[in-house]
Design a protein around this ligand. Structure first.
Ligand code: BTN
Length: 249
């Protein structure tokens, strides 16, 4: 049985379940979804089968990084889960490196400059066409300094700050930051979170290359819609849904 604990750093209203080892915190959340309380975070010190987006492997060395999955049962959309997870990830990193700026690369990556510090894996359950729930897996690179060739863009907090950090402490901070945002969402609605996401939007006001179908175009990044679509300009406004375009470069 896992240890169930309330993070003591702040008085959390959420449940935190900590494991030494899991195959994947997302997998655990999927398998136990029905039995988990609303507002639960599953944390592991290592994952033996960590998953990234697009079927990629997410390296999860022991006690090196953060591996967590957030389960919230009463959200209105998956985008809300992505916002909470991404913004909480940034707030956590800034607590330990206040002088560093992190941004959200649409849809769900945490970036420092042009390098990826963290990723979020949203997994959704649909009944027919109807959205039922989303879980958000959060991986944040804390002390890792060697990444496989495929992830040349990856960077850790250690590489950015030159200091080693305690991943357990950061994971606790993350739980507090998630809790705070979930409570704020319930109290104040989604608008403040959306605003915060827009303020942190990677490359806002810059021209970038995006690939749609087989065509690469240059677009000016403008904003994100309430539904979580990317809003860009290139002579006229375009709105791209999640998965419909790919970043180039
Ligand atoms: C990405 O590819 O950018 C998303 C990576 C998400 C990794 C995290 S680590 C915790 C959770 N469990 C998993 O198996 N994946 C997510």
């Amino acid at each position: 049985m896992p240890a169930t604990a309330e993070c003591d750093r702040t008085k959390l209203s959420m449940t935190v379940i900590e494991f030494e080892t899991l195959d994947s915190t997302n997998q655990y959340a999927r398998e136990h979804f029905k039995d988990l309380d609303d507002a639960t975070v599953i944390c592991a010190r290592t994952q033996t089968a960590g998953r990234g987006r697009l079927g990629r492997v997410w390296q999860s060395p022991h006690d090196v990084n953060i591996y967590a999955t957030m389960v919230m049962k009463h959200l209105e959309s998956g985008f809300h889960a992505g916002c909470i997870a991404g913004l909480a990830g940034i707030a956590t990193l800034r607590e330990f490196a206040p002088e560093i700026n992190f941004f959200l690369k649409w849809p769900n990556d945490i970036y420092w400059r042009d390098r990826k510090t963290g990723g979020i894996l949203l997994e959704t359950s649909l009944l027919g066409n109807k959205w039922q729930w989303t879980i958000a897996g959060i991986g944040i690179n804390i002390n890792q300094t060697h990444f496989p060739d495929l992830s040349k863009k990856a960077v850790s907090l250690k590489q950015i700050t030159g200091k080693t950090h305690d991943p357990a402490l950061l994971a606790k901070e993350l739980c507090g930051c998630i809790d705070q945002r979930y409570r704020a969402l319930k109290k104040e609605g989604f608008a403040p979170l959306l605003e915060a996401y827009r303020e942190r939007l990677h490359k806002k006001g810059e021209w970038v290359r995006l690939k749609k179908n087989n065509t690469i175009g240059k677009y000016l990044i403008q904003s994100v819609s309430e539904q979580g679509d990317l809003v860009v300009e290139a002579g006229m406004e375009y709105v791209f849904a999640h998965g419909s375009v790919k970043w180039i470069g």
